[in-house]
Design a protein around this ligand. Structure first.
Ligand code: UD1
Length: 416
């Protein structure tokens, strides 16, 4: 299994280009299931999660062509509306095929994702929404079976804000009879990106980006070409890496407009951040000031940036309080950061992080995608060598991580 060897202590400087957003690409790939015409997606990142989704779609009968960062999907021959356990267990976002399959095929059989490292993460809200739209949904032998000769528009309300839940129901509603209203909808930019593509495919959607989304069902959708938005979490991760190392970097192919909550906190920590139309520049002070955060659905501070902020607080001046309100078990990076010398105390969903003037390199283990990113940031700051094990998590979500970090002056190497 690959490992990442980092020799810490280098200030990050220079320029790196941000890739397309994983969390926008995944639902957009499943949107291809809604039409018989080809859907062309550009700026698709080369990530393991994307590979898993393409494999899943291919075994359903979708024809796929990949040329660089362009993926063409043709679901005219869709003949197997099944998402097997072997593929779903490696990536929870596989559940995003449920809504499109139920809408287009009148039938779907999708393995339950089960638990994952950061918590139980049930899909009850996806099921509740489809049921309200007239689908007959049963859960048997670990699979969700949805049967729905024709979905009907309905008024849907989710108990909590769910990103993939909103995306699944929005896609299903595109081909339902009549109007669907999703209340308490997720406002994440990735939901808006998906809605924009669906609209280009002929869907009638309004309100994406607010907490009430209205969808007027249409008979069928057509193909289109859509460019995937930049990855705001990858962007935020590099900003944190530069901040922690006292760096000065410029990120291209991205935008600060999806990152207000994160940039605000980086500025509170003492960084200068300038955003132009498609670039962001960050200049860090010699030492950061601790910043407290509380994760919440968009536009508040994203849970996917919590671990990275724990890493920067580990070397900042002062004590930060970090509250995780989205996932119940998302502090596993703390014990690994402690192995590097961080001073972190956990009490339930709250972490207290007191900055140290230095961290020391050690061997640590990546436990999930964003936890791994926090270990990379800590490794870049730590004195000496840090060896990060199980970096397949990083390959799920960070395209060309070593190359981009090396271009910014980091000493980092993949060890086979
Ligand atoms: C998405 C993102 C993930 C991010 C998360 C929160 C993708 C592919 N993944 O995950 O990177 O960390 O949003 O911003 O976009 N919940 C239920 N029942 C449900 C659905 C959700 O109880 O049916 C709970 C979850 O357990 C969690 C909370 O709701 O506590 C939010 O989860 P959700 O927004 O659904 O996360 P994902 O869409 O899986």
């Amino acid at each position: 299994m690959d490992k990442l060897l980092i020799e810490g202590g280098q200030r990050l400087t220079g320029e790196a280009a941000i890739s397309g957003a994983k969390n926008a690409a995944l639902p957009l790939l499943t949107a291809a299931l809604l039409t018989r015409e080809p859907l062309v997606l550009t700026n698709v990142p080369a990530l393991n999660d994307i590979g898993t989704m393409l494999k899943l779609l291919a075994q359903m009968g979708v024809r796929i062509e990949r040329d660089g960062d362009t993926v063409t999907l043709d679901a005219a021959g869709l003949d197997n509306p099944v998402a097997p356990y072997e593929l779903v267990k490696t990536m929870r976002a596989s559940v995003l095929v449920l809504g499109p399959l139920a809408a287009r095929c009148g039938e779907a059989k999708v393995s339950l994702p089960g638990g994952c490292a950061i918590g139980a993460r049930p899909v009850d809200q996806h099921i509740k929404g489809l049921t309200a739209m007239g689908a007959e949904v049963t859960v048997e032998h670990g699979y969700v079976h949805a049967k729905s000769p024709k979905l009907k528009g309905a008024r849907l309300f989710t108990d909590m804000v769910t990103v993939t839940g909103t995306e699944n129901l929005m896609m299903a509603a595109c081909l339902a009879d009549g109007e669907t209203v999703i209340e308490n909808a997720a406002r994440e930019p990735e939901v808006v990106d998906l809605a924009n593509c669906l609209i280009a495919m002929g869907a009638r959607i309004s309100g994406a980006g607010t907490d009430v989304i209205r969808i007027q069902g249409v008979e069928s959708l057509r193909g289109t070409t859509h460019r995937i938005m930049p990855d705001r979490i990858e962007t935020g991760t590099y900003l944190c890496a530069a901040a922690a190392t006292g760096g000065d970097i410029r990120l291209t192919n991205t935008s600060g407009c999806y990152l207000d909550a994160v940039i605000d906190k980086l500025m509170d920590a003492g960084c200068q951040v300038e955003s132009a139309r498609d670039t962001i520049r960050l200049k860090a002070p010699q030492r950061l000031t601790a910043v407290s955060i509380r994760t919440s659905p968009y536009p508040a501070f994203p849970t996917d940036m919590q671990a990275q902020f724990m890493a920067i607080n580990a070397v900042a001046e002062g004590t930060a309080v970090i509250r995780e309100t989205i996932f119940e078990n998302r502090f596993m990076h703390a014990v690994e950061l402690i192995r590097l010398g961080a001073d972190i105390k956990i009490d339930g969903n709250t972490a207290f992080v007191t900055g140290r003037s230095r961290l020391d390199g050690a061997t640590v283990m990546a436990t999930d995608l964003r936890a791994s990113a926090s270990l990379v940031i800590a490794g870049l700051v730590a004195q000496g060598e840090t060896l990060i094990e199980r970096i397949y998590h990083l390959d799920r979500g960070y395209e060309g991580l070593e190359q981009k970090l090396a271009a910014l002056g980091a000493r980092v190497r993949r060890v086979k």
